[in-house]
Write a protein that binds this ligand. Structure first.
Ligand SMILES: Cc1cc2nc3c(=O)[nH]c(=O)nc-3n(C[C@H](O)[C@H](O)[C@H](O)COP(=O)(O)OP(=O)(O)OC[C@H]3O[C@@H](n4cnc5c(N)ncnc54)[C@H](O)[C@@H]3O)c2cc1C
Ligand SMILES: *[C@@H]1O[C@H](CO)[C@@H](O)[C@H](O)[C@H]1NC(C)=O
Ligand SMILES: *[C@@H]1O[C@H](CO)[C@@H](O)[C@H](O)[C@H]1NC(C)=O
Length: 491
C-alpha cells in the first residue's frame, strides 16, 4: 500500500475520503486547511464573516515549516518565490539614529549568528501579497468562500457523528468535522470549554505599510530609506533598539513598512483596523526612551505616512488554552483560535499553517469519518506541547527586543535578532504526521502522555510539559529575570 502524504503528491492522487469538512475563517490557518483537505480528498466548505477577502496588515514572519507544503502546489511555490524578499539586507541602529551594525546581507548576519545562510529559518513576507496568493489557490480548486457568514455558535451531535455551526442569519451548517479557524476569540470557545482571559501586556505596536511614492513628500527621507545593493535594487530591513522600545523598517520595491513597539496608550486595541494619525505617534514616541529622542529621520518617515494607515495594535497575552476541541471531537480549533501569539513572536502564521497541515493529514490517516475523534485527539497531541513552547519563545523574543538600555548594556547586535530555534524551523508537519501517526495513536490508547511516548519530539528535545500561566511569566519579566523555559534543548 502506498503511504500517501510523505512524497509530493498533487491533487487527485488521494482517493476521495467521503469526509465532509467545514472550515470557519479565512486566515492563513483556514485557507491552508481548505487547500490541504482538498488535496487529501476531503469535501470542503469555507465560511467567512467578512464581505470579501481582507488584505489588511503589513508583514509577518513565515517560518520554513509553513512553506514546505508549497512543494505540492507549484503555482503557490512560484508565486511565493516571486513575491518573497530576495537578497535582503539588514542594518541596525540605536533608536537615536546612530549606526550600530552596518548593512549586511541577511545571509551574512545568519552566518554570524551560527545559522546556515542557505536555509534561513524563514523570511518576512508582506501579508497582503501572501494572503492573496492563498486565496487564489483556494479559488483555483473551485472552492467558493461563503462570505458574509458570521458564525455565532458551534455545536455537535454525538449520535449522528456531526459537528456544526450556526451563522448570524440563523443558517445551520453540518459536517463530519468543523475546523474553527476563526482567530483570537473564536466563537467555538463556549463549546470547547471556556474563554481564556486576555491580559494587557502594557505594550502595543504602531504599524504601517504604504506605497513608497509617499516618500516623495520628503526627498531626504526617500534617500535615507532607500533600497540598497546594485542599483539600489535590493530590499533592506533597518532595526532600531532603544530603552523600552524597538522598531523596524522595511523598504521594498513598491512598499514602505515601519513598526514601532511602545507602551500601550489609550488608543491601542487588538484590532487590525484600529488606525491613528501620524501626529499621535510623533507626540508619544519620545516618552520613556531616555535622554536621547528618536532619530529625526524616523520621525520624518512617520510624518510621510498617509492618513488612516497606522495601526495601533495592542499586545494582549493569554494563557495556553487547555482544550482545543469539543467534547466529542467534532469541532477542533486551529491557528490563533487555539493558541494566540504576539505579532512580534515571529511564529503565529507559521504555527497556524502547521496546524492546518497536521489536521488535514490526521483526518486522512484516521481512515474514515467514524474515526474522526481519533484524528482530532492525535492532532492535538502532535500540536499542543510544540505550540506551548513556541508561545514561550515568543515571550522571550519580546523580552529580548524590548529593553535595550544603551548606558548599561554592552552593544550586542544579536539582540536585534529574535530567537528562531532549530526545533521550530526544522520541522516538516506533513511527513512528521505520517511517520508518527500510528505510534501516537497507540501511545494515546495506552494512556501514555505525548512527551513520554516514543514519538520523536517536535518541541525542544528533552523538554517535559509542565503547565504554565501568563501570570508566572509576567512576574518573572517584571522582576527582570529571563523567562524560564524549562528543561531541554531550546536552541
Ligand atoms: C486583517 C488581519 C491583518 C493581520 N495583519 C497581520 C500583520 O500585519 N502581522 C502579523 O504578524 N499578523 C497579522 N495578522 C494576524 C495573523 O494573520 C495571525 O496571527 C496568524 O496568521 C494566524 O492566523 P489565523 O488564520 O489563525 O487567524 P486570523 O488571521 O485572525 O484569521 C481569522 C479569520 O476568521 C474570520 N472570522 C473571525 N471570526 C469569525 C466568525 N465568527 N465567523 C466567520 N469568520 C470569522 C476572520 O475574519 C479572519 O478571516 C492579521 C490578521 C488579520 C485578520
Ligand atoms: C475594529 O476597528 C474598526 C475600526 O475602528 C471597527 O469598525 C470594528 O468594529 C473593530 N472591531 C472590533 C472587533 O472591535
Ligand atoms: C512603560 O511601562 C513601563 C512598565 O510599566 C514603565 O516602567 C515605563 O516608564 C513606561 N514608559 C513610558 C514611556 O511610559
Amino acid at each position: 500500500m502506498t503511504v500517501h502524504g510523505i512524497e509530493s503528491e498533487p491533487v487527485g492522487t488521494f482517493p476521495p475520503s467521503g469526509i465532509d469538512v467545514i472550515v470557519v475563517g479565512t486566515g492563513l490557518a483556514g485557507l491552508t486547511a481548505a487547500i490541504e483537505c482538498i488535496r487529501k480528498g476531503h469535501n470542503v466548505r469555507v465560511l467567512e464573516r467578512n464581505a470579501s477577502i481582507n488584505t489588511l496588515g503589513d508583514m509577518y514572519f513565515m517560518g520554513l515549516p509553513a512553506t514546505r507544503f508549497f512543494k505540492h502546489w507549484p503555482e503557490m511555490k512560484d508565486e511565493y518565490d516571486s513575491i518573497g524578499l530576495h537578497n535582503a539586507w539588514i542594518e541596525t541602529f540605536k533608536h537615536s539614529g546612530e549606526l550600530i551594525v552596518k548593512p549586511l546581507y541577511v545571509a551574512e548576519r545568519l552566518k554570524a549568528a551560527g545559522l546556515d545562510p542557505k536555509t534561513p529559518p524563514g523570511t518576512f513576507q508582506l501579508r497582503p501579497l501572501i494572503y492573496r496568493m492563498f486565496v487564489k489557490q483556494v479559488e483555483r480548486l473551485g472552492v467558493k468562500i461563503e462570505f458574509n457568514s458570521r458564525v455565532v455558535d458551534y455545536y455537535e451531535d454525538k449520535e449522528k457523528g456531526k459537528g456544526g455551526c450556526i451563522t448570524q442569519d440563523g443558517k445551520k451548517y453540518e459536517a463530519d468535522i468543523v475546523i474553527a479557524a476563526d482567530g483570537v476569540g473564536s466563537k467555538s470557545q463556549r463549546l470547547v470549554g471556556g474563554q481564556v482571559r486576555a491580559r494587557s501586556s502594557g505594550r502595543a505596536m504602531w504599524r504601517a505599510a504604504f506605497p513608497v511614492e509617499n516618500l516623495d513628500k520628503d526627498p531626504e527621507v526617500k534617500k535615507h530609506y532607500t533600497m540598497i545593493g546594485p542599483d539600489n535594487s535590493e530590499p533592506i530591513v533597518r532595526t532600531y533598539l532603544g530603552p523600552g522600545t524597538y522598531a523596524m523598517t522595511l523598504t521594498r520595491p513598491e512598499t514602505m513598512i515601519w513598526i514601532i513597539n511602545h507602551n500601550a496608550t489609550g488608543s491601542s486595541a487588538e484590532n487590525w483596523s484600529n488606525t491613528i494619525e501620524p501626529q499621535e505617534v510623533l507626540d508619544e514616541m519620545d516618552k520613556g526612551v531616555g535622554p536621547k529622542p528618536w532619530s529625526e529621520m524616523m520621525k520624518r518617515l512617520i510624518a510621510c505616512t498617509p492618513e488612516k494607515t497606522i495601526v495601533n495594535f495592542e499586545l494582549l497575552w493569554r494563557d495556553p488554552q487547555p482544550s482545543w476541541k469539543s467534547p466529542d471531537c467534532r469541532v477542533v480549533q486551529i491557528g490563533d483560535a487555539a493558541h494566540s501569539f504576539l505579532p512580534a513572536s515571529g511564529n503565529g502564521a507559521t504555527q497556524a499553517i502547521e496546524d492546518a497541515v497536521s489536521i488535514a493529514s490526521c483526518i486522512h490517516l484516521c481512515g474514515g469519518k467514524e474515526n474522526i475523534p481519533e484524528a482530532v485527539d492525535a492532532h492535538i497531541r502532535f500540536r499542543f506541547i510544540r505550540n506551548a513552547c513556541a508561545q514561550k519563545v515568543g515571550f522571550t523574543n519580546a523580552e529580548l527586543l524590548q529593553d535595550t538600555d544603551w548606558d548599561k548594556v554592552k552593544i550586542d547586535p544579536r539582540r536585534a535578532q529574535p530567537r528562531h530555534p532549530k526545533w521550530v524551523w526544522e520541522h516538516d508537519p506533513e511527513p512528521y504526521t505520517y511517520e508518527n501517526y500510528a505510534k501516537n495513536v497507540e501511545a494515546m490508547k495506552k494512556g501514555i502522555s505525548f512527551d513520554e511516548s516514543d514519538v520523536p519530539p517536535n518541541y525542544p528535545p528533552g523538554y517535559k510539559f509542565k503547565p504554565w500561566t501568563i501570570d508566572e511569566i509576567m512576574e518573572t519579566m517584571k522582576a527582570g529575570k529571563p523567562v524560564e523555559l524549562g528543561p531541554g534543548n531550546w536552541d
